[in-house]
Write a protein that binds this ligand. Structure first.
Ligand SMILES: CC(=O)[C@@H](O)[C@H](O)COP(=O)(O)O
Ligand SMILES: NCC(=O)COP(=O)(O)O
Length: 239
């Protein structure tokens, strides 16, 4: 079964629009857990536009499910991960001012300096995942430099699905997932997954985790967070 890790970035984004701490990231996490989510994901960006280091600290105190911290492995980010030692760290090649995450790693360029970071995090007991596109050679490099998993960046799939021409793109994700599994990498996925495109995506066998934030929090504005989480879990459990 594919685990659901709810990304709470957008709860923090709304919280930051005032200075009295509502909506609460902690309360949102507890609601997601009560609804059955198997994980919580946060992406503490350098500009702290949403998740702040103190959110990460507070979540670490209360989480009873997997904790996935995503980000570019800057010194400040690694300081957070070393302190928290989350279940999983997903390394993402985002620039500090990125509008959002919009590409996977180029490990031909970055693999050599990522390798020791991956090794350090694994030595700390943190599962390491690399945010990747569907390029098969890049996926092979992810294994070579020691990553435990990859997270397939799914915005191209989501866009093609929305545009009604998803089949060829979907096959790229099928091939990428199969290649990763063939060489011993676990496969996660995330970015712009939603209630409409998730079921098809999860027909790909062996997807271990989907991390979903933007669409799920948007859905929660209509049906409530508890119900939104359960709507996604219904799709995943029927897979
Ligand atoms: C890595 C990824 O695709 C998302 O988890 C990312 O965290 C989205 O970031 P924003 O919520 O800042 O758009
Ligand atoms: N890694 C993807 C994630 O955590 C959430 O991405 P999105 O659903 O907010 O696009």
């Amino acid at each position: 079964m594919t685990n659901l890790s709810v990304n709470l970035n957008k709860v923090a984004l709304l919280r930051n629009a005032r200075n009295f701490g509502k909506p609460s990231v902690i309360e949102a996490a507890l609601t997601c857990i009560k609804a059955g989510a198997q994980g919580i994901t946060v992406h503490p960006r350098p500009d702290q536009r949403h998740i702040k280091p103190e959110d990460v600290d507070a979540l670490a105190q209360i989480l009873t499910v997997e904790f996935n911290i995503e980000g570019n492995p800057s010194p400040q980010f690694l300081e957070i991960v070393r302190k928290i030692k989350p279940t999983q760290c997903t390394l993402v090649p985002d620039a500090p001012d990125a509008f959002t995450s919009d590409h996977g790693w180029d490990l031909a360029t970055d693999g050599s300096w990522l390798r020791p970071i991956i090794g350090e995090l694994k030595d700390l007991g943190v599962r390491v995942s690399l945010f990747m596109d569907t390029d098969l050679t890049q996926i092979e490099r992810a294994k070579e430099i020691g990553s435990d998993r990859i997270e397939l960046y799914t915005e191209p799939y989501a866009t093609a699905f929305r545009n009604g021409n998803v089949e060829s793109v979907f096959q790229d994700y099928q091939k990428a997932a199969h290649k990763a599994q063939e060489i011993g990498l676990g496969v996660n996925a995330g970015h712009d997954l939603n209630l409409q495109n998730l079921e098809k995506f999860c027909t790909i066998s062996g997807i271990l985790e989907v991390s979903i934030g933007h669409a799920l929090i948007a859905d929660a504005l209509e049906v409530g967070l508890f119900n939104a989480v359960q709507d996604y879990l219904k799709i995943l459990s029927f897979k």
